[in-house]
Ligand binder design. Sequence first.
Ligand code: PSU
Ligand code: MN
Length: 311
Amino acid sequence: MNHQNLNQYLDLTPEVAEALAANKPVVALESTIISHGMPYPQNVETALKVESIVREHGAVPATVAVIGGRLRAGLTPDEIDYLGRKGREVIKVSRRDLPVVVARGLDGATTVASTMIVAALAGIDVFATGGIGGVHRGAETTMDISADLEELAMTPVMVVCAGAKSILDLGLTLEYLETKGVPVLGYGTSELPAFYTRQSGFGVDYRVDSPAELAAILHTQRELAFPGGILVTNPIPEQYSMDKAVIDKAIAQALDECNERGIHGKETTPFLLARIAEITGNDSLDSNIQLVFNNVALGAEIAKELCALRA
Ligand code: PSU
Ligand code: MN
C-alpha cells in the first residue's frame, strides 16, 4: 500500500509513510497546542523536544497541521517554527474548519478533533497531546462542548492526554464521553487526572497499568471495528504537579475575566489557556510542558506495543 497517496488531500513525510508501510510505530501530535496552547518560544522548543522524545522511545513523530491547504502528517522544523511564531494569528482548525481551510489553500493549526481526523486518514492509531477540549462550565446555557468529544465518539484513534483542565466541567465531560461510548482509561490510576494536578475527584472507567494492555485494548477495539476512539489519561509526574489551591484560584480568575469580556466560541479555550499561564507565571507553563513530554513518551510505548501485536 502506498501511504503517500492514500488521500488526494493528504501529504505524509517519507519517514512517516515508510514507517506506516513497514508496521513501525508512529505517534501523531497536534499543532493547536503549538500555536494557541503555549507562548513563543516555549511552544516551538516544546514541539521540537516532543519529537525528539518520541524518537528516543523508538517511534516516528508525525506533527499534524494544514499547510497551504494540504493536510500534513509530519512537519519540518521550519514549519513548526512558523506555526509557533504566528501563534494565535494562525487559524485554529477543528472539524468544521477543515473543508474551508483546505479549499482556500490556507494554513491552520489542528486541534485534537482535526488531528484525529488526519491521523485516521493517514493510518496512525496513536496520538499524544496535553489536554483535550470538553464540556465547558456553564454549558447547560452556553452549549459550549468541544468538537473533540464528538470526534472521540467517531474516529478510531487512541488519544493520550493528562486529563482535562478544570476550566471544563470534568463531571459533565465524563458523562458526555460515557453517552458517546468512549472508554476513558487511567494509566496507573483509577482517578481522572486534572492536567496540572494528578487528581480530580472523578473516577475513570478503567485503570490500566501497562502500555501493552493499552495497546491490546486499542487492538481489540480496531478488530471489533467499533467506530470511535479511546481516551488514555496519564497523570502529570508528581514532581511537576501544581498546588491545587494555586491553580484553582488562577482558573477561577481566568473564567471570571472570560465571562466579563464576553469571550465565546473558538476563542474561549485559547483565552483561558493564555490567561492561566499569565496569572501563574512560568509555573503552569513548566507543568504543561512536562506533562506533554510524559504523554508523548507513553504514546510511543503504546505505538510500539501495537506494532508488536500486529507483527
Ligand atoms: N487544552 C489544553 N491545551 C490545548 C487545548 C486544550 O490544555 O492546547 C487545545 C487543543 O488543541 C484542543 C483545543 O483540541 O484546545 C480545544 O478547543 P475547543 O475547546 O475550542 O474545542
Ligand atoms: Mn467550544
